[in-house]
Design a protein around this ligand. Structure first.
Ligand SMILES: NC(=O)c1ccc[n+]([C@@H]2O[C@H](COP(=O)([O-])OP(=O)(O)OC[C@H]3O[C@@H](n4cnc5c(N)ncnc54)[C@H](OP(=O)(O)O)[C@@H]3O)[C@@H](O)[C@H]2O)c1
Length: 223
């Protein structure tokens, strides 16, 4: 996709991978809407932050209604927002499980439902889902997080097939460990980390592939 002048929505724009992805998209000339609970501190004339708690469907409805008022055509959705949720099954409460499902999986489903009708009308668009290596391989203490990321991978693959005939590309990115705030407050301390700005470049490279090419899955790991 040629990014210049396209309207993009990036969820989880306030930090880490989403923040850096929003910045690269702006550099490339997109109009970017960032959705997060904390303010996204990007000062750029083509950027607008909308305070959104993606675990509330009402917030998602309001955010997309506001975007559509300004820009009825959304060409790109990056479902990036996510939370870590790690621990043995006895320590993961049903509330923690639900929270991980709401933010990591249901929000991507709800946001995709908002953009697909617009993209179908124009037979054009792209949805990029930020899963994780944890969406391909389970690990000890990862039951809740891995379940949400395997779920997101399944949502991606199904949508990829469903939307291909309409000229809409769906890609799923599976990063290994990235140096962001993601691990703070968790029991996980990975030895090797990628830089979020490098991961953002790879996401944007996938978006920039020619419209006739569908990079459906991209796995990236630290060396
Ligand atoms: N870091 C890694 O090693 C790694 C590896 C593979 C995949 N990932 C995935 O990459 C994505 C981004 O993570 P990151 O590493 O960049 O971590 P991060 O710096 O903690 O960023 C997470 C983003 O998600 C947003 N978010 C969380 N809960 C939200 C909610 N209820 N409503 C709205 N936004 C919410 C946060 O914004 P607010 O707090 O402002 O709401 C923040 O902008 C996640 O899906 C994560 O699972 C990360």
């Amino acid at each position: 996709m040629e990014i210049r002048d396209k309207v993009a929505v990036v969820t989880g724009s306030s930090s880490g991978i989403g923040y850096n992805t929003a910045k690269v998209l702006l550099e490339k000339g997109a109009v970017v809407y960032g959705l997060s609970r904390r303010e996204t501190e990007i000062s750029h004339p083509a950027f607008r932050w909308i305070e959104t708690d993606l675990s509330f469907s009402g917030d998602i409805d309001a955010a997309f209604a506001s975007i559509r008022q300004g820009h009825p055509d959304i060409s790109l959705l990056v479902n990036n927002a996510g939370i870590g949720m790690f621990g043995d099954i006895e320590t993961i409460t049903p509330e923690m499980w639900q929270r991980a499902v709401d933010v990591n999986l249901t929000a991507a489903f709800l946001c995709s439902r908002k953009v697909v009708p617009l993209m179908k009308k124009r037979q054009f668009g792209m949805i990029v889902n930020i899963a994780s290596i944890a969406g391909k391989h389970g690990f000890k203490g990862g039951s809740a997080y891995c379940a949400t990321k395997f779920g997101l991978a399944g949502l991606s693959e199904s949508l990829m097939e469903e939307l291909r005939p309409f000229g809409i590309r769906v890609s799923c990115i599976f990063p290994g460990s990235v140096d962001t705030a993601f691990f703070s407050g968790t029991s996980m301390h990975p030895a090797k980390l990628m830089k979020p700005e490098d991961v953002a470049r790879i996401i944007v490279n996938a978006i920039e592939t020619p419209d006739g090419i569908l990079p459906d899955q991209i796995v990236i790991r630290p060396t």
